[in-house]
Design a protein around this ligand. Structure first.
Ligand SMILES: Nc1ncnc2c1ncn2[C@@H]1O[C@H](COP(=O)(O)OP(=O)(O)OP(=O)(O)O)[C@@H](O)[C@H]1O
Length: 263
């Protein structure tokens, strides 16, 4: 399913030390290729969000080099619309309808009303919300709000979609439904996805690759190629191969707390 070998994100010896002295990332090395679905998996506080946020230009490495499409993340963000971010909280504007929330980023970019409506309708149909265009966020369930948030991120046709624990606050059924939809979107839109999670099952089910991180300070501990075929269905969850991959990933996660570093 990985579509090309182009390196689109490269961390080289990245250190991130916050002003209060917290070392969030230490000697972090990772390359992400176009078309991958990569999860950052690791215990709370290991620097997953820090790494993701830096790719979006929110904070810079204290030391080392981070390139996104061969540019600095800040350049990428200011010059292109190629990166979109989805947070755990759907972050919708309560006074705007579903359609208006999704059209907002396009509006801010000065895209014509006709075009932005066309694009918003396309992505809302993709996430199964075309019958809720006029609804307001307060009228939607948590899963529906997250769908709107994903649609809003997709509306700008990003090449790289950054997702920070987007399904963490949802119940298991809703989470499973959205995981399947996300895989479908990944296939259709050919977007590279970076997904933060601390859920081993979720990481294995979704990803083509998993970057296992260790805590204090955050380092890359191992990179796992998830050699399970796509499309992945709910029935895949009960296969022997899936079980073995979950077991292997859990062991890697456990080892990561002992391992010092992977260069
Ligand atoms: N703005 C900040 N200022 C100071 N310290 C910070 C800041 N943001 C994060 N940290 C610290 O950096 C470390 C890494 O945080 P980060 O949020 O990246 O971890 P995480 O792996 O995403 O955690 P979680 O899974 O709990 O969301 C933590 O110790 C955190 O307290």
């Amino acid at each position: 399913m990985v579509r090309s070998e182009q390196e689109i994100v490269t961390f080289r010896q990245v250190h991130k030390i916050y002003n209060n002295g917290t070392v969030a990332l230490s000697n972090f090395n990772l390359t992400i290729k176009e078309g991958e679905f990569i999860s950052f998996l690791g215990p709370s506080g290991c620097g997953k969000s820090t790494a993701l946020r830096m790719i979006a230009g929110l904070g810079e490495p204290t030391k080392g080099e981070l390139k996104v499409y061969q540019k600095s993340p800040k350049e990428m963000i200011s010059e292109t619309n190629d990166i979109a971010f989805v947070f755990q909280d759907s972050n919708l504007l309560p006074w705007r309808s579903v359609l208006d929330n999704v059209m907002l980023p396009l509006e801010l970019r000065g895209i014509s009303k006709r075009k932005r409506k066309e694009e918003a309708m396309r992505v809302l149909e993709m996430v199964g919300l075309k019958d809720y265009l006029k609804a307001y966020p307060r009228e939607l369930s948590g899963g529906m709000k997250m769908r709107v948030s994903i649609a809003r991120a997709l509306a700008a046709k990003p090449k790289l979609l950054l997702m920070d624990e987007p399904f963490a606050a949802l119940d298991e059924m809703t989470r499973q439904g959205l995981q399947l939809e996300l895989l479908d979107i990944w296939k259709k839109e050919k977007t590279t996805i970076l997904f933060v999670t601390h859920n081993v099952f979720e990481a294995v089910f979704l990803s083509s690759k998993i970057a296992v991180m260790s805590a204090r300070p955050g380092r890359l501990s191992s990179v796992i190629d998830v050699n399970l075929p796509y499309p992945r269905e709910t029935s895949s969850l009960t296969s022997r191969e899936f079980g073995s991959m979950v077991e292997f990933t859990s062991e890697e996660l456990e080892k990561s707390s002992e391992r010092k570093e992977l260069v």
